[in-house]
Ligand binder design. Structure first.
Ligand SMILES: Cc1cc2nc3c(=O)[nH]c(=O)nc-3n(C[C@H](O)[C@H](O)[C@H](O)COP(=O)(O)OP(=O)(O)OC[C@H]3O[C@@H](n4cnc5c(N)ncnc54)[C@H](O)[C@@H]3O)c2cc1C
Length: 1006
C-alpha cells in the first residue's frame, strides 16, 4: 500500500466555530436575499396543520404511536428498545428475558402499584392489545419468524410484542426486497401520479469486505430493477437510488483515504455507470461530520468520472445536512464542483439524523465546540439559508428539499416563488404523509419523492429506532404535531432569531465549573493533524541518564529533608502547581503526543488521548485535593474542639509502566505531590524520555526542584533500592502482578514502619456477549478493546465469551474485521496497530501465538507487512474450548474466543475464578442482566454495550481487585486519601479555667 495521500488543507472552514456568530451570518445572508415574511409562512402552513389534526393519522402511524407511547417515557423507551433487539434474538430464553426486562420496567397503564407481576400482566395485555390492533387475526402463523411463536409457547406476551413490532416496522419499509418495493411504489402512484421514489437498501455500515460486497450486489441489483420499472423523462421525474458509502467499504474513513480512493471509488463509479445508463438519480447519503471533508473529496473524484464518462447525465447527487455548521459552505463547494466540471447535479437538503451522536463525539474528544448546531431552531435557520443558496444555484443544481416540517415546507415554497430553479420535495416512507397530502392538494404542480427503505426485518431495526428517536424528541416537528396541546402558532413560530448562547455546554465545560475537560484534537481536520504529524516525525526524545543504586540513598535523603516544608505548604498552593502544569501540558499537546509516538510507539490518536489523560489527572487531583484534604471538624463534648487532618506521609516511590508513560507517570506523581509527599519517580526502562519531559514541565509550572526526583534505571536494581529504602513512606506501582507481589514482599520484609502499597496490575479481561447483542456493535467494541494500542493496555480485552446463538455471525464478522486492520508505523495516520514496545515483548508474544496455534483453533490474523515482521504482532483471534486454557495475562493483540451456553451466572463465576478483577465488558440489551452480571463480577470496571478501554479521569475511575490490584482507583475520589496520613487534633478549650463558650451561650438564654 502506498503512503497515505493526505490533504494538508481543508476545503471547508473548521467544523467548530462560534455558533451564535455563525447563525447571525446565516440570518444576515437570508435578509440580504430578500428576507422571509414569516407571517406568510404561517398563513400557508396553518391550514395544513389544522387539516392534519382534523383527520388523525391511522393508529400505526408514527404520529399516533408517539402520542400513545412518547419516547421520553419508560413505555416509549421500552417499546423502542424491544423494537431494536427482539426480532433478531435467536433463542427463546433470551427473547423472553428481554421482553420481561423491558416491559417490566414500564407501566403502560399508568399504574403505580409497583408489583412486577401486576405490571407485567398489564404490559402484556397492552402489548397484546397493540398487536391485535395492528393485526386483528393475531394468533396465527408468524411471517418472517417461522417457529418462534411455537417455541415461545405460553409466552403470549413475547409473541404479541414480536408481532406488534414487526408490523410497526413494516410501516417504515416499502418492501422486503426491491421487487416488492417497486410493486408498492406502483400502487402508490396510482393514487398520486407525481410521486417518485428513492430506494434505500437497509443495513448497518459494512464492517467487513464481505458486508461491502453484499451491499454492492444489492445496490447494483436494485438499480437494474429500478431502471426497468421507472418511467419519466429525466432523473428528476424518474425513481432513483440512495447509497451509503459506509456500506460499500468497511474503512470509509479519512485516515484510510488511500484505500477509499483506490478501492471504494471504482465500486461507486460502477454504480454510477449503471445509474447514468438508466438515467436515474443516484444520491450519496450524508453521514457523520468527521466524514464531511472526505465525502467532498470522494464526491469531487466521482464528479470527475461523471464528467469524463457521462457528461449529459444530470442525476448525480448527494445529501447535505443543515445541522452541520459547515452546511452552507458545503453547498457552495458542491456548486463549484458542478461549475468546474460542467455538470448538473442534484442535492438533497436534510436536517441531519445523527445529532445525539455528534454531540457525544465532540464531548468525548474534547473538541473546541460542536460541528453541529445546538439549538433546533438554528438548524432550521441553517436549513433555510441552505435552501436559499440551493435555489440560487438553480442553473447547476436541482434542489431536493427533504423535511416533514410544515413550517419549513411553507418557507421553501415562499422562497421558491420568485425563483426559476427546478426543485422537488422529499419525505421518508411512513412519515409526513398527512402533511404532504395537504401540501400536494394545495400545490399539485410540485414533485414529491419518497425515500423508501427496502430490506428484511433484521436490517430494519436500526433504521426504525433512529426514526423513533428522531421523532420522539420534544423538539421534533412530528412530535409536536402529534401533541394537540401545542397550538398551530407555537408549532409554526418563526425560527429566525439567533439564540444568545449555545444550547449545550462547550465540551470543555463537561465537568462543570470545578474542572475543565482536557482539550483534544480532531484528527479529521487537516490543519489540526498536520502539526501532529510533524511532531511525530521530528520530536526529539530527551536522553535521560540512569540513576545508580549507590545514588538512591542520597536522593531519598534529600527528598526526606525537603518533605516538612512541602507538606506544610498550603494545599491550594500545591494544587496551583498542578493546574499550571495542566495548562502547560495542554498547550504542548502536539509536542508531547509526538514524544509518545516516537518513544513508546503510540499511534497518533492514542498519543493525543494520553496527553489529555495526563492533563485531566493534574486538574482532577488539584480539585480533589482542595475539596478533600481540608481539615474536618468533628462533633464532640463541649469544652473541646476535635478536628481530623490529612497530611503527606513522607517520600513516596512512584513506579510506572511503559504502556502509559505519560498518563500513569503523571497521575501517580501528581497525586502523591498534591497530597503533600515528596516523590522519587521511577519510569519504565523503555520510556524515560517522556517522563523526563513531564518532570521538567512540573518544575516550569512552579514545583520546587527539591520535592521530586526522577530515578531512571532498571526495576531490579534502582526500583528495588528505592522500595527498600528506610525513608520510603509509600509505594505507588502500576505494572505486572508478578512485580507487584515482589514489591509487596520486599515491603513486608523490611523492619521499619509499615509501608502502604498502591498497586495497579494486569487483568484477564473478559467480554460477555449474549444473544440479544448487535453483532456490529460487538465487533466495534471488540476490535477497539482487544487490538487498539496493540493490545498493550491493562484494560484490554483478552477473552471474548459469545453466546452460542450468535457465535457464528460474530466470529465471521470478527474474521472480516481482522482482515481490515492496518499495521504500520506509529506516526502514520493510517495505522491502526503500531509496534509492540520492544523486541523481548515481540518475542514473548510470538511464542504465545505459536503455542496457541498448536492448542487452539485459529479464527483469523490481520495481515502483517513484511517490513514490520520484527517489530509488530499482527492482531490475532483463537477459539478456545475452555476458560481454563487461559492462565496469565498476555500483553498484546491476542484475543481468545469462547462460546458459552446456559446460565450467564455460571460464566461469571468462571471468570471470577481466574482471580483477576480489572475490566469486564457486557453486551446485552437486557438491562437487568447487565446489572446482575456487574453485581456478581469481582472486577473494578464494568462497561456495558461499549468498548472497555479508555477510562476517563473522574468519569470511570480505574483500577481492579484480586490479582489486578489493591485500589483505590486512579482518577477517583478515594485515591488521594491513600497518599495521606491522618491525624486528629483534640484541644481542651476549657483548659484555661472553664468553658467560656458554653457559659456565654447559656447566658444568652437567661
Ligand atoms: C428524504 C429524506 C432523506 C434523508 N436522508 C438523510 C441522510 O442522508 N442523512 C441524514 O443524516 N439524515 C437524512 N434524513 C433524515 C433527516 O435528517 C431527518 O429526518 C430530518 O432531520 C427531520 O427533519 P424535519 O425537518 O422533518 O423535522 P424537524 O422536527 O423540523 O427537525 C428535526 C431535526 O432538527 C435537528 N435538531 C434536533 N434538536 C436539535 C438541537 N438541539 N440543535 C440542533 N439541531 C437539532 C435534528 O437534525 C433533527 O433531525 C433524511 C430525511 C428525509 C426526509
Amino acid at each position: 500500500m502506498p503512503p497515505t495521500a493526505l490533504p494538508t488543507a481543508s476545503r471547508l472552514p473548521p467544523p467548530c466555530r462560534d455558533e451564535i456568530h455563525r447563525v447571525q451570518a446565516l440570518l444576515a445572508g437570508l435578509r440580504a436575499a430578500g428576507g422571509l415574511d414569516w407571517s406568510r409562512v404561517i398563513d400557508s402552513a396553518r391550514p395544513w396543520v389544522q387539516a392534519v389534526r382534523d383527520q388523525p393519522a391511522p393508529f400505526w402511524a408514527m404520529e399516533s404511536l408517539l402520542r400513545e407511547y412518547p419516547i421520553s417515557s419508560a413505555e416509549g423507551l421500552a417499546l423502542m428498545r424491544l423494537a431494536e433487539a427482539l426480532l433478531r434474538v435467536p433463542d427463546a430464553e433470551t427473547a423472553i428475558a428481554l421482553t420481561a426486562d423491558q416491559l417490566g420496567r414500564a407501566d403502560f397503564d399508568g399504574a403505580a402499584d409497583g408489583s412486577p407481576h401486576q405490571l407485567l400482566a398489564k404490559l402484556s395485555s397492552s402489548a397484546i392489545g397493540l398487536a391485535k390492533r395492528l393485526l386483528p387475526e393475531a394468533g396465527g402463523g408468524q411471517p418472517g419468524q417461522p417457529g418462534l411463536l411455537d417455541r415461545l409457547g405460553a409466552q403470549t406476551v413475547v409473541a404479541a410484542t414480536v408481532r406488534a413490532i414487526q408490523l410497526l416496522g413494516k410501516q417504515f419499509v416499502l418492501g422486503r426486497h426491491i421487487a416488492e418495493a417497486l410493486g408498492e411504489a406502483r400502487s402508490a402512484r396510482k393514487a398520486s401520479a407525481q410521486l417518485r421514489f428513492s430506494f434505500d437498501m437497509l443495513g448497518e455500515g459494512a464492517r467487513t469486505m464481505a458486508d461491502a460486497q453484499r451491499y454492492l450486489a444489492s445496490y447494483s441489483q436494485a438499480i437494474g430493477a429500478i431502471a426497468s420499472a421507472t418511467s419519466g423523462a429525466d432523473p428528476v421525474t424518474r425513481d432513483g437510488i440512495s447509497i451509503k458509502l459506509s456500506a460499500l467499504h468497511p474503512r470509509y474513513e479519512e485516515s484510510q483515504l488511500d484505500r477509499v480512493l483506490a478501492e471504494l471509488l471504482p465500486v461507486v463509479c460502477g454504480l454510477i455507470d449503471q445509474a447514468a445508463a438508466a438515467n436515474i438519480n443516484l444520491t450519496i447519503d450524508a453521514e457523520e461530520s468527521d466524514r464531511l471533508e472526505l465525502s467532498l473529496i470522494v464526491f469531487d473524484a466521482l464528479a470527475a468520472h461523471v464528467q469524463a464518462a457521462h457528461p449529459q447525465w444530470a442525476g448525480f447527487g448527494l445529501a447535505i445536512q443543515a445541522y452541520q455548521t459547515r452546511a452552507r459552505e458545503m453547498i457552495d463547494a458542491v456548486a463549484a464542483i458542478a461549475r468546474q466540471r460542467g455538470l448538473r447535479l442534484m442535492v438533497r437538503l436534510v436536517k441531519g439524523a445523527y445529532w445525539d451522536g455528534e454531540v457525544k463525539r465532540a464531548q468525548e474528544l474534547g473538541l473546541a465546540g460542536y460541528p453541529v448546531f445546538t439549538h433546533k431552531h438554528h438548524t432550521d435557520i441553517s436549513y433555510l439559508a441552505c435552501a436559499q443558496a440551493l435555489l440560487g444555484h438553480g442553473e447547476l443544481i436541482v434542489a431536493q428539499f427533504a423535511t416533514h416540517n410544515a413550517g419549513t415546507i411553507a418557507a421553501i415554497l415562499a422562497m421558491a416563488q420568485d425563483s426559476s430553479a427546478r426543485f422537488e420535495l422529499q419525505r421518508l416512507h411512513g412519515m409526513g404523509e398527512a402533511v404532504y397530502r395537504e401540501v400536494l392538494a394545495a400545490r399539485p404542480d410540485i414533485g414529491l419523492r419518497i425515500y423508501a427503505p427496502v430490506g428484511e426485518h433484521r436490517d430494519l431495526l436500526a433504521y426504525l429506532v433512529r426514526r423513533l428517536l428522531e421523532n420522539g424528541a420534544n423538539s421534533s416537528f412530528v412530535h409536536q404535531l402529534a401533541d394537540a396541546g401545542v397550538t398551530p402558532e407555537a408549532l409554526l413560530h418563526s425560527p429566525l432569531l439567533a439564540a444568545q448562547h449555545p444550547g449545550q455546554p462547550a465540551p470543555a465545560a463537561l465537568f462543570g465549573n470545578g474542572r475543565r475537560n482536557s482539550a483534544g484534537l480532531d484528527l479529521a481536520v487537516p490543519e489540526q493533524r498536520a502539526p501532529l504529524l510533524a511532531a511525530a516525525a521530528n520530536a526529539a526524545v530527551p536522553v535521560v541518564a540512569e540513576a545508580s543504586v549507590a545514588g538512591v540513598a542520597a536522593t531519598m535523603a534529600a527528598l526526606h529533608a525537603a518533605w516538612p516544608a512541602w507538606t506544610a505548604t498550603p494545599v491550594a498552593q500545591r494544587a496551583a502547581v498542578l493546574r499550571a502544569a495542566a495548562e502547560l501540558l495542554e498547550q504542548r499537546t502536539t509536542h508531547f503526543s509526538g514524544l509518545l509516538v516516537r518513544e513508546a510507539g503510540k499511534t497518533l490518536g492514542d498519543g493525543v488521548a494520553e496527553v489529555r489523560e495526563a492533563v485531566d489527572f493534574c486538574r482532577y487531583y488539584a480539585q480533589q485535593a482542595q475539596e478533600r484534604l481540608q481539615p474536618i471538624a468533628l462533633p464532640g463534648p463541649t469544652g473541646e474542639s476535635n478536628e481530623l487532618r490529612l497530611h503527606g506521609r513522607g517520600v513516596f516511590v512512584a513506579i510506572s509502566p511503559w504502556n502509559f508513560p505519560l498518563a500513569i507517570f503523571a497521575g501517580q506523581v501528581a497525586a502523591a505531590l498534591v497530597a503533600g509527599n515528596c516523590v522519587a519517580a521511577k519510569p519504565a526502562e523503555q520510556t524515560p524520555g517522556v517522563a523526563q519531559a513531564f518532570v521538567e514541565l512540573l518544575f516550569e509550572a512552579g514545583l520546587p526542584r527539591s520535592v521530586l526526583a526522577l530515578q531512571h534505571g532498571p526495576g531490579e536494581t534502582v526500583g528495588a533500592a528505592l522500595v527498600a529504602h528506610p525513608a520510603t513512606a509509600g509505594v505507588c506501582f502500576t505494572g505486572s502482578t508478578q512485580v507487584a507481589k515482589h514489591i509487596q514482599r520486599a515491603l513486608a520484609a523490611s523492619d521499619g514502619p509499615i509501608v502502604p502499597l498502591i498497586a495497579e496490575t494486569g487483568g484477564l479481561n473478559a467480554m460477555i456477549v449474549d444473544s440479544s447483542a448487535l453483532p456490529e456493535q460487538v465487533i466495534d467494541a471488540v476490535v477497539q478493546s482487544a487490538f487498539r494500542s496493540a493490545g498493550q493496555r491493562c484494560s484490554a480485552l483478552r477473552l471474548l465469551c459469545v453466546h452460542e446463538g450468535i457465535a457464528e455471525p460474530v466470529i465471521a464478522m470478527l474474521r472480516g474485521a481482522l482482515a481490515e486492520l492496518r499495521l504500520g508505523e506509529a506516526g502514520d495516520y493510517a495505522t491502526d496497530v503500531g509496534p509492540v514496545i520492544d523486541a523481548p515483548a515481540q518475542a514473548h508474544l510470538s511464542q504465545h501465538v505459536a503455542r496457541l496455534q498448536a492448542s487452539a483453533t485459529l479464527i483469523a490474523r490481520s495481515p502483517l507487512p513484511s517490513q514490520h515482521a520484527a517489530t509488530h504482532i499482527a492482531p490475532v483471534a483463537f477459539e478456545i474450548d475452555s476458560i481454563t486454557a487461559l492462565r496469565e495475562e498476555v500483553f498484546g493483540p491476542v484475543l481468545h474466543v469462547l462460546r458459552w451456553r446456559g446460565e450467564v451466572d455460571a460464566l461469571v463465576a468462571q471468570i471470577n475464578a481466574l482471580g483477576y478483577g480489572l475490566t469486564l465488558g457486557v453486551q446485552t440489551r437486557i438491562d437487568s442482566r447487565a446489572l446482575r452480571i456487574a453485581a456478581n463480577a469481582r472486577v473494578g470496571n464494568v462497561y456495558v454495550n461499549r468498548n472497555m478501554i479508555g477510562a476517563v479521569v473522574g468519569v470511570q475511575p480505574f483500577g481492579g481487585e484480586g490479582l489486578s490490584g489493591t485500589g483505590p482507583k486512579a482518577g477517583g475520589p478515594h485515591y488521594l486519601y491513600r497518599f495521606c496520613a491522618e491525624q486528629t487534633l483534640t484541644i481542651n478549650t476549657a483548659a484555661a479555667g472553664g468553658n467560656a463558650a458554653l457559659l456565654a451561650s447559656a447566658g444568652l438564654g437567661d
